[in-house]
Design a protein. Structure first.
Length: 362
């Protein structure tokens, strides 16, 4: 059955490996033969009346929301804010005239997120929950639900739910943008791009030994590490860092590539691993400059780069994909680096200390 380990030593690797299938399933479930979104028109109608989207979430789901902001703003042309649910519950953000709330939650049970949903209900703000669990609390209490259909996620560190949340937000963004007549949405070949994502993910997981090698050489011996990136790569840098630190206990920070030099670069020593993400053609050269800055201070730089921007010295080269969907590929090597760092340190990958899969206290 879907929740069994199926020969894997840990669920985390099984769930990383399942991501290509999750992409194909979402494409099937939410896009028709011609690639047109089949999202419930009630949901599209309700959101298209909003002048502002507010995404609330925690942990990895929050990081998926940061990617969602880029998707909704680019494809639907709706200004979008992303907030930690735990903060918004008690420091409610200033609202636009016609807000719409989106809750991202794998489990649908996170107490911090539920507090914000209760506020939304009290203030008559319409809401949608994107969750992996049908009938979960946040699904029942929100006005609308979209299911991630990723299958049960057992490992505490979230992997396939993150990529499913990004893909599903892209589908919703396209549906909204088409309804609102946004050219970027009409031109977005999403079905084709999701097929590229599935194939690309497969290619990356088929080459997983490479990530184990890099992890053994640079991460396992280290006490700390950094992820850097610009734009959408910054959002993935935060998730890559969370993944690595939560399962391997290597203290890792994700940074906007250019911000490092405004203070934190003082932590770079000989051999400090810095994993640099490069998918944005507009800022690729600038990020290369930031890599030089840390390399000249002794950092061991590991690059994760999309093929069209890669050169012969890059470490991990990703298949080309639309910039807005690049997180679907970029995150996979980051997940694998985290997995192997944990496993090769002899840790319990699926159950890192002090953590729970879903947190029902505030
Ligand atoms: C817990 C888990 C995280 C997860 C977060 C939000 O802290 O350990 O992996 O990202 O909750 O969970 P949710 O189910 O709301 O996405």
């Amino acid at each position: 059955n879907a929740a069994s380990k199926g020969g894997y030593e840990f669920y985390m690797l099984k769930e990383i490996d399942e991501q290509p299938a999750v992409m194909r399933r979402l494409s099937q479930d939410y896009l028709d033969e011609d690639g047109e979104p089949t999202v419930d028109p009630k949901i599209v109608n309700a959101i298209s009346k909003a002048d502002h989207l507010y995404i609330f979430a925690a942990g990895t789901s929050y990081h998926a929301g940061l990617v969602g902001k880029a998707l909704f703003e680019n494809f639907a042309n709706i200004p979008t804010e992303v907030g930690y649910a735990s903060e918004a519950g008690y420091h409610f953000p200033m609202m636009s005239k016609h807000p719409f709330f989106i809750f991202l939650t794998q489990s649908g049970e996170t107490a911090d997120s539920r507090v914000v949903l209760q506020q939304a209900i009290k203030r008559h703000i319409p809401s949608l929950t994107m969750t992996n669990v049908e009938g979960s609390t946040l699904s029942r209490e929100a006005d609308y639900t979209m299911l991630l259909n990723a299958g049960p996620e057992i490992a505490v560190a979230s992997t396939k739910a993150y990529t499913a949340q990004i893909a599903l937000q892209a589908i919703l963004a396209k549906a909204l943008g088409e309804k609102l007549n946004v050219k970027a949405a009409k031109d977005f070949q999403l079905k084709h791009e999701l097929a590229i994502a599935a194939e690309g993910m497969q290619q990356i997981v088929d080459g997983k030994e490479k990530m184990e090698k890099i992890s053994k050489k640079y991460l396992v011996p280290s006490r700390n590490a950094f992820y850097i990136g610009r734009g959408i790569d910054h959002a993935v840098a935060l998730e890559g860092a969370l993944k690595l630190k939560e399962v391997s206990y290597i203290q890792t920070e994700g940074f906007a590539a250019a911000e490092l030099k405004h203070g934190t670069i003082s932590l770079i020593e000989k051999g400090t691993p810095v994993i640099a993400l490069i998918n944005d053609p507009v800022t690729a050269d600038l990020t290369r400059g930031n890599i030089e800055e840390v390399a000249s201070r002794g950092a061991s730089v590991i690059t994760i780069v999309s093929k069209k921007l890669a050169n012969k010295n890059d470490d991990i080269v990703l298949p080309n994909i639309d910039y807005y969907l690049s997180p679907l590929l970029t995150v996979v090597p980051a997940q694998l680096l985290a997995y192997y760092a944990s496993k090769d340190k002899g840790l319990d990958v699926d159950k890192p200390r002090n953590l729970a899969k879903s947190v029902t206290v505030e």
